[in-house]
Design a protein around this ligand. Structure first.
Ligand SMILES: C[S@@+](CC[C@H](N)C(=O)[O-])C[C@H]1O[C@@H](n2cnc3c(N)ncnc32)[C@H](O)[C@@H]1O
Length: 307
């Protein structure tokens, strides 16, 4: 697929043919928007931290920008220190449109100019440097693990950095927890069985990526091998205890539906029946109306500086 600047509002309706993992990403837009909203304050803090060491009016790129939550945070962080440019790169037109609209809306509120440039591209087949030129910060969260050759993908991200530029790779952490162990319906322990089914799905999803190259090391090793200095990592919590906001409950319904979908053929029929009750708005066990739903997750950011 050829990369090009992309004008938002492109009416694609088909399942996405441009990524490598068989996931219909455009279908996930509402969920990503909710997750962005729930994580907005954390992302603001992270964005401010990441732009601090950058030169004046820097260029930063958000690779795999999803619904644009971090792009918005980066726009705000750049505006607070005099402006700059945020380039959004994504392979899915619907998501790129949404992220661009969100980032431009945030930029419009800022007194200092922050330019927002969307680029539609598959970063597994196109060099990020060719797409965006040398940049001061590459942010890539939860996208590299969807690419066939993760080491090659990281090398391409590092190539796109100017000297002294930073790579911030959002990968790993702790999967979100949101349900009590005993839900009062079905066998206790359903959250663990859902996570186990999801973990099996993830292995299968990775194995099914065409041309997949194993990555038998952790991200710090990948960043160091890619030639980065000062390699380190930090994690932040998203901790929203019960009784949670209606946004957390809506997110929990979506998350449970998604876990049940990806784990469907690995869950016991009795657990599938329990999930159906938990997802039924007319059932007393409905997750969207429970006061014991919460959100607890951790996200890890791996960092390295180009010499
Ligand atoms: C799990 S979402 C992560 C979104 C966002 N970075 C976040 O952390 O919330 C993965 C994103 O990467 C994009 N993506 C997947 N494969 C891609 C590829 N080969 N090239 C560019 N973008 C890709 C998807 O369209 C989606 O926006």
């Amino acid at each position: 697929m050829a990369a090009h600047s992309h004008t938002p509002a492109n009416p694609h309706t088909h399942a996405n043919p441009h990524t490598h993992d068989g996931i219909d990403w455009s279908n996930r837009l509402t969920t990503f928007r909710r997750a962005d909203e729930l994580d907005a304050e954390n992302r603001r803090v992270v964005a401010r931290r990441l732009v601090r060491p950058l030169p004046e009016t820097p260029t930063v790129v958000d690779v795999g920008s999803g619904a644009g939550g971090m792009a918005v945070a980066l726009v705000e962080a750049l505006a607070a220190r005099g402006g700059g440019t945020v380039v959004l790169v994504d392979a899915v037109p619907e998501l790129l449109d949404a992220a661009t609209t969100a980032a431009r809306a945030a930029a419009a509120y800022e007194p200092k100019p922050v330019h927002v440039r969307p680029v539609l591209a598959d970063v597994a087949t196109e060099r990020v440097l060719d797409l965006v030129g040398p940049v001061d910060l590459v942010w890539a969260a939860r996208v590299v693990h969807h690419l066939p050759d993760e080491r090659a993908a990281v090398a391409s991200l590092v190539d796109a950095l100017a000297s002294d530029g930073w790579l911030a790779l959002g990968e790993g952490g702790l999967e979100p927890q949101f349900l009590p162990w005993d839900l009062g319906v079905g066998e206790p322990g359903l959250p663990h069985r859902l996570m186990a089914a999801r973990a099996e799905w993830f292995v299968r999803m990775k194995q099914d990526i065409q041309g997949v190259v194993p990555l038998p090391v952790g991200w710090n090793v990948v960043l160091t091998d890619a030639g980065l200095l000062d390699v380190t990592a930090f994690s932040y919590l998203n901790d929203q205890p019960a009784p949670a906001s209606s946004l957390v409950k809506e997110w929990a319904v979506e998350q449970l539906r998604w876990l049940a979908e990806v784990g469907a053929d690995r869950l016991h029929p009795a657990d599938r029946r329990t999930v159906a009750r938990l997802l039924d708005p007319d059932d007393t066990a409905y997750v969207g109306a429970r006061d014991d739903v919460y959100l607890l997750s951790a996200s890890t950011i791996h960092l390295g500086r180009k010499p």
